[in-house]
Design a protein around this ligand. Structure first.
Ligand SMILES: *Cc1c(COP(=O)(O)O)cnc(C)c1O
Length: 427
């Protein structure tokens, strides 16, 4: 049985299939390096699980207050060991990445404090959290001011203005590793380390938080290895390995994590409470699988970059560049292009493959957003998904894929949709 036959059954024409095969041929060395990183990270996670003597009792469910939930407590020690931090808060009561970031910020910023983003505008949903866009319960409403230093036109850090922006009020610095919905580069762990060293020289006691969403396990180190006081992310992205049904994490220094726990539950209660309700096994098992899942997603991203770059679209990053996250931006230049691309991704999904994605006004986002996602876990973007705000330059952000094969199928299906819509030519 030839592979091309199963692709034909999936609606992929001979032309698109061949383009895919030629593309994979060019990426062999790159894929080998990704596998080597996954192997390293697999070992790192295994070592943390062995050290903490994870056993079947860890998967037991708790309810009510969730006192003495040994599995939940041990999982947090495993996360702390994987990220090389003193403490970790890993909870399904953290409803998403934005919530995890909100907890980390609001727990550690008090009235009169200032928050600084030295890497330009943060992720869209944080605009209301911070109060860049007015919102009830924003940090601004609570008397926390915000300062931002944009990146240089080259995409680099504007050290001169960062130095000027740090003042006696600056309490916390937030650094976003991944580009999010922006056409800027994502920052490698090494680059983040350089920025952290620079900031520490100016103000040693400032708290440095990294929004680590989409970055986990793409490299062998994490921002917490290069001086970040807190790293924050979502369990329905990389570290949940596709199995976590919900949740978020914050890993970092004990004093900051304690405050996060008090903010998440209540002052005085902290980390002692929070029923696990039977999800612990999926958290452990998802973390265990995360390096392989992330590797598959990364291969998909590079494959997309190589194909769409070859078709003449601007892709960020290119298929040659080193990566620090699983996001691939493709500038399609038109609303029609975005819709066709997302239609293809949706068609290739294991769940809701018959649905047609359309742009809609999503809570927390300023512009209309189009999303393709046929996921086992709603909104999970470690699963194959594509989305983007429908605005200039009509850039679609593609990420995830629980397996490389599925990511590949999704991209080929998107190429097929573009071809059928006469939006591209393939010779
Ligand atoms: C996804 C993401 C968030 C927010 O996560 P949600 O789970 O969607 O709330 C924040 N920052 C970055 C960089 C992200 O990619």
């Amino acid at each position: 049985m030839e592979r091309r036959e199963i692709y034909r059954e999936l609606g992929i024409s001979e032309k698109v299939y061949s383009l895919g095969e030629r593309t994979v041929g060019k990426l062999k060395d790159r894929f080998e390096r990704i596998d080597a990183i996954a192997e390293y990270n697999q070992g790192k996670i295994l070592a943390a699980m062995r050290k903490n003597r994870v056993d079947a009792a860890c998967f037991a469910s708790s309810n009510g207050y969730g006192y003495n939930d040994a599995g939940r407590e041990k999982l947090e020690r495993v996360y702390a060991d994987v990220f090389h931090t003193e403490a970790a808060l890993v909870r399904q009561q953290i409803v998403c990445g934005t919530h995890a970031l909100t907890v980390a910020l609001s727990a550690n910023l008090l009235p009169g404090d200032e928050l600084l983003s030295p890497v330009g505008k943060p992720y869209d949903t944080l605009e209301e959290v911070i109060g860049i866009r007015p919102s009830k319960c924003s940090l601004k409403e609570y008397g926390v001011t915000y300062r931002q230093v944009d990146l240089l036109p080259s995409g680099g850090f504007d050290y001169e203005n960062i130095e000027k922006a740090i003042n006696e009020k600056t309490k916390l610095v937030t650094i976003q590793r991944s580009k999010g919905y922006q056409a800027r580069p994502s920052f490698s762990v090494g680059k983040i380390g350089e920025l952290i060293s620079f900031i520490r020289k100016i103000k040693p006691e400032v708290i440095i938080m990294v929004d680590n969403c989409y970055g986990e396990f793409v490299e062998t180190t994490e921002p917490s290895d290069v001086g970040a006081d807190m790293v924050v992310g979502s369990l329905i992205k990389n570290p949940g390995g596709g199995l976590a049904p919900v949740g978020g994490y914050i890993c970092g220094k004990r004093e900051y994590i304690d405050r996060c726990a008090y903010r998440l539950s209540a002052p005085g209660l902290g980390q002692e409470v929070g029923a696990s309700l039977g999800v612990s096994q999926s958290f452990y098992q998802g973390l265990f699988l995360a390096p392989t899942v992330v590797a598959g997603a990364e291969k998909g991203a590079i494959f997309a970059a190589e194909i769409y770059g070859g078709l003449g679209f601007k892709v960020i990053p290119s298929s040659k560049e080193e990566r620090t996250d699983i996001i691939q931006a493709v500038e399609l230049g038109s609303k029609e292009g975005m819709i066709a691309f997302c239609k293809g991704i949706q068609k290739a999904a294991p769940v809701d493959s018959y649905v047609t994605p359309v742009p809609w006004a999503m809570p927390g986002y300023e512009d209309e957003v189009i999303m393709a996602a046929g996921a086992f876990v709603q909104g999970s973007s470690i699963e194959l998904s594509a989305d983007g705000p429908v605005r200039e330059p009509y850039c679609v952000f593609f990420q995830g894929g629980l397996t490389w094969y599925h990511a590949k199928t999704g991209i080929l299906t998107s190429v097929q949709e573009m071809l059928d819509g006469k939006l591209i030519n393939i010779d």
